[in-house]
Write a protein that binds this ligand. Structure first.
Ligand code: PLP
Length: 417
């Protein structure tokens, strides 16, 4: 069941009319459905029930504490990529033994914090990183669990900016070189080699790249096990796509079955790092139409949300659905939906057939739960939007709107300037 649905002409989130939330918190704002978050997480975990597994939700997709708490309550762990994300994970009481740490540029202080927290493993992305983790662990008198993130050189057939597993990507270590680096890791006294990791990209809508990657990686796992490495975890990353427009991504069950089949016989616990597929369609961005303008060549619907609130269209040219919050007017128009920012890249939709919008109408940008608020900035000195979670008939403001004071927090005018 979809928890963003019309009742009559009004768009609802679970049991609450979106227009009532807009009246309460103002616009623009992000809106998340708790029931959808829960359903997506449960659908994914249930699909994997027949194999030993650990789901480490990828914090960067949506890192609001209430969202993270929802997942911790369901037993999930986290995939983190920074010290800041570790801080968030600790705020919601995540079991550190369910945390994996990815990223090409981990700093020493971040590595130290993760070791002190007692995370499960580091997904290591370079030979130099192996040495730094070993040194920091030695200084702290701890052992660091590690996997090497291998780059299997498969094309995920997604947007180039979110393809991460091809030869030319900055991520991971070339699979041909990985064996040598595993041997090097084994010789370092403060590392415990426990896993193999890969993450080939995001918004994948086909199974074949996942299966191709596993085929290549499974050979490495078997070789390592034959050489006496105690490989306990195979981390397959995230990347499963969602429907923004007319994409038909594999269902969680199809994905899980393909993965289970491709890893059959490997004696490992599978780790998954889903982000977008859990939160993407659990959130919308609600905005108000400020002006409708007929330009020389185009119609413009100018709204109060902008690229600083939702960067994906500007960043990747990506498609986000545009829905009326009140659909009583069934006429259509072709327009660009744009924000107030002084950049031509500031659009939410381009040359799109949408409902006819008038001044002061409310508009919902769909599929905005992933890489939405987490990519928001204060560009043009715009306070960041609130985040609201609906749970049944409850409206929970899980991040308040920023104020102008928030904008200048930490800034100073030096005396004598
Ligand atoms: C971003 C990221 C993920 C999550 O990707 P989704 O496409 O949102 O599922 C998982 N693992 C790593 C290492 C990532 O960088």
């Amino acid at each position: 069941m979809n928890h963003f649905q019309y009742q009559g002409n009004d768009l609802y989130c679970e049991e609450v009319a979106v227009k009532d939330i807009a009246a309460q918190v103002g616009t623009p704002f992000y809106l998340y459905s708790h029931a959808t978050l829960k359903r997506h997480m449960e659908a994914f975990t249930n699909a994997l029930a027949s194999v030993p597994h650990l789901v480490c939700y990828s914090i960067k997709a949506n890192s609001n504490l209430a969202v993270l708490q929802t997942f911790v309550n369901l037993g999930a762990g986290f995939d983190m990529v920074s010290g800041g994300e570790l801080f968030r994970a600790r705020q919601v009481g995540c079991d550190p033994q369910k945390i994996v740490y990815s990223g090409v540029g981990k700093t020493e202080p971040e590595i130290e914090a993760a070791l002190k927290a007692g995370i499960l493993m580091f997904n290591v992305e370079s030979p130099q990183e192996l040495e730094v983790i070993d040194r920091v662990a030695g200084r702290l008198g701890r052992k660091a669990g590690i996997a090497i993130r291998v780059n299997p050189d498969v094309d995920p057939q997604t947007h180039p900016y979110i393809s991460t597993g091809m030869k030319k990507a900055k991520f991971g270590i070339n699979i041909a070189q990985a064996l040598e680096d595993y041997r090097r890791a084994a010789a370092l006294p403060n590392l415990e080699v426990i896993g193999v990791d890969c993450h080939i990209g995001s918004q994948l809508t086909k199974l074949s790249p996942f299966v191709d990657a596993i085929r290549k990686i499974r050979e490495l796992v078997e070789t390592l096990q034959q050489e006496g490495f105690a490989i306990k975890y195979l981390d397959l990353g995230g990347g499963l796509g969602i429907t923004y427009d007319d994409e038909k991504p594999p269902s969680p069950v199809d994905y899980a079955n393909a993965v289970i089949e491709a890893t059959r016989g490997l004696n490992v616990t599978l780790i998954f790092e889903p982000g977008r597929m859990i939160v993407g369609n659990a959130g919308i961005l609600v905005s108000k139409v400020l002006y409708v303008k007929q330009g020389e060549a185009k119609n413009f619907v100018i709204v109060d949300a902008a690229m600083n609130d939702l960067a994906r269209p500007a960043l990747y040219g990506s498609y986000q659905g545009i829905l009326p919050v009140d659909r009583s007017n069934d006429q259509r128009m072709v327009a660009d939906v744009v924000g107030p920012i002084c950049e031509s890249g500031d659009f939410l939709a381009q040359d799109r057939e949408i409902s006819v919008f008038r001044q002061n109408d409310l508009l919902a940008v769909s599929s905005a739960g992933a890489y939405g608020f987490t990519m928001a900035s204060n560009y043009n000195s715009r306070p960041r939007t609130p985040e609201v979670m609906v749970k049944g008939d409850q409206v929970l403001v899980v991040r308040r709107r920023e104020t102008y004071e928030d904008l200048i927090k930490g800034e100073s005018i030096p005396p004598g300037l």
